[in-house]
Design a binder for this molecule. Structure first.
Ligand SMILES: *Cc1c(COP(=O)(O)O)cnc(C)c1O
Length: 431
């Protein structure tokens, strides 16, 4: 579909179907559990995977397929699979790469849900995770790769502090070692960053955030670049012969073997199904992604400028506002660095509490990527289960408030934040 069309055109048209019977131009919601088998032999063919026709909506639904193809197209990938949430996407993506005893390298700046999963249930299932500093150099990454390493995992813009991974560097590590680079591109979106252009093999999204964009959808996507060699030794489940003489995934699907395995084994067996009603809402969100991201970025810049100049604010975290990573940000995010702005208030936790409780326009909510501006004290909520030392090691200071800048008029957002900052303590009260 890419056929030379620009991003703005593809976000509206890529993967779209015209509904055969009714001629609907808007992709309909196919709220159907399953699909009629033409006859006995057709059923045999569909279940053997020899027919392109679908059988069951657990892993194959026409509305979802349109949304998945659209996301794959915008990322520049070959195939995408939609699942029930961003968490489900991360779990499914890693499950399709690694098994007990395998090793996964990640940066040390991860969304807390991911960090909990890799330290918790995935560790319990026998996967070993090793973290390297997000700014570690190429030789250090290469040296950390073991024969059992199955993925290098990074967030293009880390949530919540906005550290930016040098995907080009990690892409070179992947090319040198044959280990696929997996990138959670939720905060950047394909409008601002396309990890496949830097050598990633797999892209993950929480579609609950900017792709859906309106706070109405929980969902996730895993995108296969279609450019990675899955026939390598590291991935026997993709290249070994299958039962009863069936060809391996690599033989049958070539460089799209990973996406095929994800859909027809991991999602079929585990069943993290994405509802087609959500795919319908997701498609409507994606149709305006470029417009929304431009405004999100502009509004975030206005918020950064206002807060950085405020005496009650000790520090503002946003990729645009960090000299130390300016070079990487310029290369990875030339069109803007997203709209998550975290601020450290000088008055610590008490100031954060007063600030949040005084907000009138901005809502206290845990998600990000909504049309509405949202704020939260992550240290007492998302990171609330951690010990204070662990929080500090992650950069979650007592006065840290994360703001997901929405699409309201910039002046109104800034005015609400400023009125809530008025009169806050300018230093942390003695304990
Ligand atoms: C929210 C988020 C997730 C998890 O997505 P859900 O849809 O909430 O399950 C994963 N990665 C990042 C970067 C996120 O912000």
């Amino acid at each position: 579909m890419s056929g030379g069309w620009g991003f703005e055109t593809r976000q509206i048209h890529a993967g779209a179907i015209v509904d055969g019977e009714a001629g609907a131009r808007v992709t309909p919601i196919y709220q159907s559990a399953g699909y009629v088998l033409d006859d006995f032999d057709d059923g045999v063919e569909r279940f053997a995977g020899r027919s392109a026709k679908r059988a069951y909506s657990r892993n194959d639904n026409p509305t979802n397929v349109v949304a998945a193809r659209r996301i794959a197209d915008l990322e520049g990938g070959a195939d995408a699979v939609l699942v029930a949430s961003g968490q489900a996407a991360i779990a499914a993506a890693l499950h399709a790469l690694a098994q007990a005893g395998d090793h996964i390298l990640t940066t040390d700046r991860l969304y807390e849900g991911t960090r909990e999963m890799v330290r918790g249930s995935l560790a319990r299932q026998g996967l070993e995770f090793e973290q390297l500093p997000i700014d570690a150099d190429e030789e250090r990454w290469v040296a950390a790769v073991r024969p059992t390493t199955r993925a290098i995992y990074a967030e293009s813009i880390a949530n919540p502090l906005g550290e930016v991974a040098d995907l080009a560097l990690l892409g070179r590590v992947s090319a040198r070692t044959g280990v696929p680079l997996v990138v959670d591109n939720t905060v950047a979106t394909p409008y601002l960053c396309r990890p496949f252009e830097h050598g990633a093999a797999v892209v993950i999204h929480s579609t609950s955030k900017w792709l859906g964009g309106h706070g109405s959808v929980i969902g996730g996507a895993v995108v296969d670049s279609g450019a990675f060699d899955w026939s390598a030794e590291r991935f026997p489940h993709l290249h070994a012969p299958r039962p009863h003489g069936a060809p391996s995934f690599a033989e049958r699907f070539g460089s799209a073997a990973y996406g095929a395995y994800l859909r027809s084994v991991v999602v079929l067996e585990h069943g993290p199904t994405f509802p087609p009603t959500s795919a319908f809402l997701l498609l409507h969100g994606i149709e305006t992604l470029s417009l929304r991201m431009e405004r999100h970025v502009a509004n975030a810049r206005a918020v950064v400028a206002a807060l950085a100049a405020h005496p009650a604010v000790a520090r503002v975290h946003h990729p645009d506002h960090d000299d130390a990573q300016a070079e990487v940000v310029g290369r990875m995010l030339p069109d803007g660095a997203g709209s998550v702005v975290s601020v450290e208030l000088r008055g610590g936790r008490a100031a954060a509490r007063a600030f949040l409780d005084r907000l009138r326009l901005v809502s206290q909510m845990t998600h990000i990527g909504d049309v509405r501006t949202l704020a939260i004290h992550t240290g007492s909520t998302i990171h609330g289960k951690l010990a204070e030392e662990e929080r500090l090691a992650l950069g979650i200071t007592p006065g840290l408030v994360r703001i997901s800048v929405g699409l309201e008029r910039a002046d109104d957002i800034v005015a609400d934040l400023e009125q809530a900052l008025e009169g806050l303590a300018l230093e942390e009260p003695a304990p």
